[in-house]
Design a binder for this molecule. Structure first.
Ligand SMILES: [Zn+2]
Ligand SMILES: [Zn+2]
Length: 105
């Protein structure tokens, strides 16, 4: 016995183009507090913590500091540390205090 394929899968597909165009960083960027260099997430060195296998530690490609990164504000041209997480109209954002402006009156 073989099950017939249900034909209703394609009917559910309804592409509507891009959902939204964000002007924030697509990926988090990280700033080394030791040397000040900023790296995209995929350039940060990562490895298992030798003292705790469930943990991941990060390393700076420039100065080799361990776990020295802070998240950078998601405003594209901003290099301040993201110290605020807040819901915006475009989704959850993490910015520095200067860019935490939307919806605050
Ligand atoms: Zn560094
Ligand atoms: Zn900022």
């Amino acid at each position: 016995m073989s099950k017939p394929k249900h034909p209703d899968m394609s009917a559910a597909m309804d592409p509507q183009g891009p959902v939204q165009a964000l002007v924030v960083r697509q990926y988090p960027e990280w700033k080394c507090e030791q040397c000040g260099e900023i790296y995209p997430d995929n350039e940060v060195l990562k490895g298992a913590n030798p003292f705790d296998e469930a943990d991941i530690i990060t390393g700076c490609p420039n100065c080799k500091s361990i776990d020295s990164f802070v998240r950078v504000c998601d405003e594209p041209e901003c290099q301040f540390e993201a110290t605020c997480g807040w819901p915006s109209a475009d989704g959850y954002r993490q910015t520095c205090s200067r860019h935490r402006i939307a919806d605050i009156r």
